[in-house]
Design a binder for this molecule. Structure first.
Ligand SMILES: Cc1ncc(COP(=O)(O)O)c(C=O)c1O
Length: 408
């Protein structure tokens, strides 16, 4: 196997892999939540131990707390190739899209149109659809019923000068296919529409270069990217200042608070810089064999090659297995390693059977209710979802396949 990342060195960065209770457990529900990298935990501990006081105060520990938080805005932006004033933190991606939808509600005008997909997790779907009660027209970019694919030609048919917002996923947490975000953004921009991309299911596989993607807003959940339980959103600064303030009236000009009415979780924001430290470590472990402009692109490329190599045997197995339906492409290059299959039995039941092998997979609808219905799958019957990341080992993939073979 061509693995650019030495699994032992990668796993040494995660304290979880040394815990007695987790020995022998193969984690294949990473799309739900990943293990946390040591640099994140170290920064969290440092914040609570050394300066857990109100930041933005004019005394020593308060200043140190501010500095630790500001570091996260700067570092997170660096990893995504944008300036620090793009970065906003919130409690979760669902909370962030909720806030955004409230902001856009007063930015849009009646008779404007929004494009949403039926491939998205509900977090980037329902909040936008609800704006129909304010006279906003909702247009649905629909997946192919068989493959779950979102076709750019279908987007062309929906775009016109009434469309002010296009909301789409980078990767669906069910279908797993990597969507052509940069192309979709170009098409939307040609009509002057703002683009909002849910990157939650993509970001664990490498933080993208946002200048290259070109979108106006990119969201992801840090707790699935080896970090703390925070939602991160990168918002084009000119747009962020145009959107109505969602915080207290006197915070109108406080950039970090305008789109976070809940108020920031100081320690978790400070800890988020640890994700970026970790990505630099990944680039270091990848070494000179992996190409890329700077550590973050190297880390991204290395993670993708690692995952594609690990994914190939699982897809080979599923392709040849009778009686199952694989959702999304069976080519590891076209997809993230978030793989859903439809079975003749309810998925949650089968996930329970697989857990007897000390292998953790998911069973359910994963809030991808609409895409399952669109593909003819009863959300309550659900899918068996197997999702992994670059820290997964070849041995774990072999164990997953053996567990599937024993139970399916
Ligand atoms: C693709 C996708 N988008 C959005 C979300 C919501 O993220 P959060 O849990 O941070 O609200 C999830 C959560 O699983 C997801 O998988």
């Amino acid at each position: 196997m061509n693995l650019p990342l030495d699994p032992a060195r990668i796993r040494a960065e995660f304290p979880s892999f040394r815990q007695a209770d987790l020995q022998g457990f193969a984690h294949f529900e990473n799309a739900g939540g990943s293990f946390t990298a040591a640099p994140v935990l170290n920064r969290m501990r440092d914040f609570y131990w050394n300066h857990k006081v109100q930041p933005y105060e004019h005394f020593g520990p308060g200043r140190a707390a501010t500095k630790a938080m500001e570091e996260s805005y700067r570092r997170m932006a660096q990893a995504m190739n944008v300036a620090a004033d793009w970065i906003h933190f919130g409690p979760s991606t669902s909370a962030n899209t909720y806030t955004l939808a409230h902001a856009f509600a007063n930015w849009l005008r009646p008779a404007d149109a929004i494009i949403v997909t039926n491939q998205d997790h509900e977090a980037n779907s329902g909040v936008w659809r609800k704006l129909s009660s304010r006279g906003i027209e909702i247009r649905e970019w629909q997946v192919d019923k068989q493959t779950g694919h979102l076709d750019l030609n279908a987007l062309d048919k929906l775009l016109d000068s009434k469309v002010r917002l296009v909301c789409m996923p980078h990767v669906s947490n069910i279908v797993g296919e990597i969507n052509p975000v940069a192309d979709a953004v170009k098409k939307a921009k040609a009509f002057g529409a703002v683009t909002i991309v849910d990157g939650v299911s993509y970001a664990p596989h490498g933080l993208p270069d946002l200048l290259q993607l070109g979108c106006d807003i990119y969201l992801f959940s840090a707790y699935k990217v080896y970090g703390p339980h925070q939602g991160v959103m990168a918002v084009r600064p000119s747009l962020a200042s145009e959107l109505p303030n969602q915080s207290h009236f006197f915070n109108e000009t406080v950039r970090e608070k305008r789109l976070n009415p809940a108020g920031p979780d100081h320690a978790q924001i400070a800890a988020a810089a640890g994700i970026v430290d970790y990505l630099e470590k990944v680039a270091d472990i990848a070494g000179i064999g992996v190409q890329g402009a700077g550590p973050f692109r190297i880390a991204h490329n290395a993670m993708r090659v690692q995952e594609q190599t690990l994914l190939a045997p699982l897809l080979d197995y599923l392709r040849n297995k009778n009686g199952i339906r694989l959702l999304g492409p069976d080519d590891p290059v076209k997809r993230a390693p978030t793989v859903s299959i439809v079975l003749d039995r309810p998925a949650a039941h089968v996930a329970g059977m697989i857990s007897r092998h000390n292998v953790g997979v998911g069973g359910g609808h994963f809030y991808g209710w609409r895409v399952l219905e669109a593909m003819g799958v009863n959300p309550l019957h659900g899918v068996l979802r197997m999702s992994f990341v670059h820290y997964t080992t070849p041995e774990e993939v072999t164990r997953l396949i053996a567990a599937l073979d024993a139970e399916l």
